[in-house]
Design a protein around this ligand. Structure first.
Ligand SMILES: *[C@@H]1O[C@H](CO)[C@@H](O)[C@H](O)[C@H]1NC(C)=O
Ligand SMILES: *[C@@H]1O[C@H](CO)[C@@H](O)[C@H](O)[C@H]1NC(C)=O
Ligand SMILES: *[C@@H]1O[C@H](CO)[C@@H](O)[C@H](O)[C@H]1NC(C)=O
Ligand SMILES: *[C@@H]1O[C@H](CO)[C@@H](O)[C@H](O)[C@H]1NC(C)=O
Ligand SMILES: *[C@@H]1O[C@H](CO)[C@@H](O)[C@H](O)[C@H]1NC(C)=O
Ligand SMILES: *[C@@H]1O[C@H](CO)[C@@H](O)[C@H](O)[C@H]1NC(C)=O
Length: 396
């Protein structure tokens, strides 16, 4: 017992006296400091005085263990220069952050020697080059955010198999080639605005809540996403995906669904969809044909314009508009034949409804339709396109 008390006392002493920075970490910080500078107007490094006895408690952006080993390094914002490879000498680092600035050059190449890293966030700078292979040994990595840089090369296959990775954000870089198989237990995957091509890998972790692949060059069907019933946010817009949209993507928790500007042709089993109130669904600018599914009426914002929908607009859509559930309904540029409007009904001023360029009589909709300015004020399609013998396959 007395030994235990002695031991606890010792620990308390170590904690309460300041611990000096360990020599290898001091050398690494000096090298990191030398390769970066404050941009004009920024004073991040003003506290980095290597003559002070205790950098661990006086340097901005630094946290250490009681033994003077650096655990957290948060640099910036508004730095320029480059990231020193000596970052990899901070072997106790668990969190590395570089806030927005103009830092250039590559990612540090030897991250493999940082086995404890849990968070890497290096965003909105000007880093170039590939993700180094040494990232493959970051087995404790939870969050990797390298978004808004100019990184390039293939997405390394090990990245999406890191055993503890939950958040992967590589948005707005120049990564190319295919998305590799994903086995990490990801909750959040954001690869938007890159140059990723090819088809989806066959499977995704069903843990995913947030998925963005927007603005890439991906093709093929999205059947691999059908098991993702927990998604609350999905953005596949501006790719070349084809085929049917699986109804399972519209879950009771889906609040945002952006599938616009692809080449989807249908919604599978749309009767099974049940949308939560307050959701946004954008499937505009595709090649979806058939009748409008009544089950989509629960959305707050619904964009189905520029498709090949035919038939009458379901009563449910009108009811959702008049009872305040739907605030935006864009149906322009389809082949719809009737808007079942009751002339005694009222629309709230805040409602946006666009019905231009369909196959209906203009009478009930003049005065209701409030199309965005970029939609030509042409109310109906030419009658020839609305003939039931007309072949829709070539006109959007
Ligand atoms: C970092 O570690 C390497 C290898 O142990 C060593 O050669 C190098 O001098 C260290 N860099 C600094 C700045 O301490
Ligand atoms: C960083 O720079 C931006 C843009 O010049 C400026 O708005 C911001 O206040 C700066 N932040 C700091 C902490 O210096
Ligand atoms: C969209 O898909 C249809 C049918 O699969 C095909 O005929 C058409 O060429 C595709 N359009 C584009 C822009 O890929
Ligand atoms: C469509 O969904 C309904 C309701 O969930 C289900 O009963 C039916 O089996 C589904 N049909 C197909 C073809 O998947
Ligand atoms: C509004 O109308 C839609 C479509 O009929 C219905 O599903 C929804 O429950 C209604 N909401 C309210 C608040 O009445
Ligand atoms: C519709 O157009 C496609 C391609 O132009 C053609 O193959 C098809 O036979 C046409 N269908 C009809 C019913 O005219």
């Amino acid at each position: 017992m007395s030994y235990n008390i002695f031991f606890i006392l010792m620990l308390t002493l170590v904690h309460s006296t300041f611990s000096s920075l360990s020599p290898p970490d001091r050398a690494a910080l000096e090298s990191i400091r030398d390769s970066l500078t404050d941009m004009p107007g920024s004073s991040f490094f003003s506290t980095w005085d290597f003559t002070t006895p205790d950098p661990c408690s006086t340097f901005s952006g630094l946290a250490c263990t009681s033994l003077g080993r650096v655990t957290t390094l948060s640099l910036g914002p508004n730095l320029s220069g480059s990231l020193s490879p000596s970052i990899s000498n901070l072997t106790h680092l668990t969190q590395l952050v570089l806030y927005p600035g103009s830092v250039t050059g590559p990612l540090p190449p030897r991250f493999g020697s940082l086995p404890l890293l849990r968070v890497i966030s290096i965003t909105r700078n000007r880093l170039t080059g590939p993700i180094p292979n040494s990232f493959s040994s970051l087995s404790y990595l939870h969050t990797l955010d390298l978004s808004y840089n100019q990184l390039s090369g293939s997405l390394p296959p090990f990245l999406t198999t890191l055993p503890r990775l939950k958040v992967l954000v590589l948005a707005s870089n120049q990564f190319s080639n295919n998305l590799k198989p994903v086995s990490s237990p990801l909750l959040h995957l954001d690869l938007k605005m890159n140059q990723i091509s090819g088809q989806l890998p066959p499977a995704f972790p069903t843990t995913l809540r947030y998925l963005s692949l927007s603005s890439n060059s991906m093709q093929g069907t999205i059947n691999a996403l059908a098991p993702l019933t927990e998604l609350t946010y999905i953005d596949l817009s501006m790719n070349q995906f084809t085929g049917a949209i699986p109804n399972s993507l519209f879950g009771p928790t889906t609040s945002s669904m952006f599938l616009q500007r692809n080449n989807f042709t249908s919604i599978s089993n749309a009767t099974a969809i049940s949308l939560p109130q307050g959701s946004t669904v954008d499937m505009s600018h595709n090649s979806i044909s058939g009748e409008l599914p009544p089950s989509l009426a629960g959305a707050e914002s619904l964009f189905l314009n520029n498709n090949r929908f035919t038939g009458d607009i379901p009563e449910e859509y009108v009811r959702s508009l008049t009872n305040g559930t739907t605030k935006t309904l864009f149906l322009q540029h389809n082949y719809l034949t009737r808007f079942p409007w009751n002339s005694g009904s009222q629309l709230q001023d805040s409602v946006s409804l666009c019905l231009s360029y369909n196959c209906m009589e203009t009478d009930p909709i003049v005065g209701l339709s409030t199309c965005p300015v970029e939609v030509a004020p042409l109310l109906s399609r030419p009658a020839i396109q609305c003939s039931r013998f007309y072949n829709h396959s070539s006109t959007g």
